[in-house]
Design a protein around this ligand. Structure first.
Ligand SMILES: [Mg+2]
Length: 347
């Protein structure tokens, strides 16, 4: 992106129709399941035989969920698609088509809007999602809503509700990096300059765990799954609530990245709250029956290229949701969300 914001044509001046025509030609569909793409009153999509459709949507509002001080329009497009693909992955489904609705301020530069769509399109296509329509309206702030449709083999969708007491609890990747990245963006004078770019990257362009979700659903390795958008402590409560079970999580088993440890050391921060409560990691949290544990540990990382770690187990509901500390103390794990970190994000 160039820094000549004032000289760029704005959406207010170039008009909506010209822009829609541009988007329409940029979004030409290649997916044979899309019978009719952008341009009619509605799009037409032909579902694959033997599959079920899943629907998910996510809305992001400027200054509440993102700040153009930190994120480029291209990155915002990529991230908006990624968070929807993450929900799709948590269901074990393949993304198919997406609808994109925008609220755009009058003075928003056209090249920035093109970059935004470019990010959306590139990330969508890399997971098989085609943009087939949407709506654009004028707005005081930039608002984006993506509605994503996915497909999953009949009966194989991963739900939050299937966990059983005795199942092992697994998580992909590392936790806390995204929230620490946000901390680094909000504290430009913080130390740990070697680690910060890695953490910031995880915050601005999270990678959804699509291959893991697909492997778990098609190979029936998980009894339940959820993606971590609000932090581990919140998501484990959602999973336990829907499944009617409790959970024990071992602090010493939680996956911390080297970057997070370094950044927290340098700034005298405790990494544990980032790992437990930090939002927007978009890792998958899933439960595995005893008989499948060795398969998950031995096969899944090789097949998907994603590290997985067992962090605890599911227990009867009456035992609640517990964190077992490094010293062996058992403490109730309370749900603390993203708000815990950013006062600005409070609704
Ligand atoms: Mg989710």
């Amino acid at each position: 992106l160039k820094n000549e914001k004032n000289n760029k044509p704005t959406i207010g001046k170039s008009g909506e129709f010209g822009f829609i025509e541009k988007i329409r030609s940029a979004m030409k569909t290649k997916n044979p399941s899309v019978v009719l793409g952008i341009g009619d009153d509605a799009a037409i999509f032909k579902p694959t035989l033997g599959h079920e459709l899943i629907f998910t949507t996510d809305m992001l509002v400027e200054d509440r969920h993102f700040d153009f001080k930190w994120i480029t329009p291209w990155q915002l497009g990529a991230k908006t698609m990624a968070v929807n693909v993450s929900d799709c992955a948590a269901m074990g489904a393949k993304p198919t088509v997406a609808l994109v609705s925008l609220g755009v301020p009058k003075n928003f530069p056209v090249p920035d809007l093109e970059a935004f769509y470019d990010g959306l399109k590139q990330w969508g296509e890399s997971y098989g999602a085609q943009i087939v329509g949407g709506d654009t309206v004028g707005s005081d702030k930039f608002v984006v809503n993506v509605a994503l449709v996915g497909e999953v083999e009949k009966g194989k969708a991963l739900k939050r509700s299937g966990a059983q007491a005795g199942d092992a609890l697994f998580v992909t990747g590392n936790l806390g990096d995204s929230a620490a990245g946000l901390h680094a963006l909000q504290h430009p004078s913080a130390k740990g300059k070697e680690a910060a770019p890695l953490l910031i990257k995880k915050h601005l362009t999270p990678v959804p765990r699509f291959t893991v979700g697909r492997a778990l659903s098609t190979q029936k390795m998980a009894t339940s799954a959820i993606d971590i958008s609000d932090g581990l402590s919140s998501e484990i409560h959602h999973l336990c609530e829907e499944s009617g079970v409790g959970a024990e999580i071992h602090e010493e088993a939680l996956p911390f990245s080297e970057a997070l440890i370094h950044y927290c050391d340098e700034n005298q921060l405790d990494p544990l709250p980032f790992v437990l409560h930090g939002g927007e990691d978009y890792e998958l949290l899933f439960t595995v029956p005893l008989a499948k544990i060795s398969e998950v540990i031995q096969k899944l990382p090789g097949e998907t290229g994603v590290a997985v770690k067992s962090i605890g187990r599911m227990v009867p509901k009456s035992k609640g949701i517990t964190l077992i500390t490094r010293k062996g103390q058992r403490i109730p794990l309370e749900a603390k969300g993203y708000d815990h970190f950013t006062a600005k994000d409070k609704a």
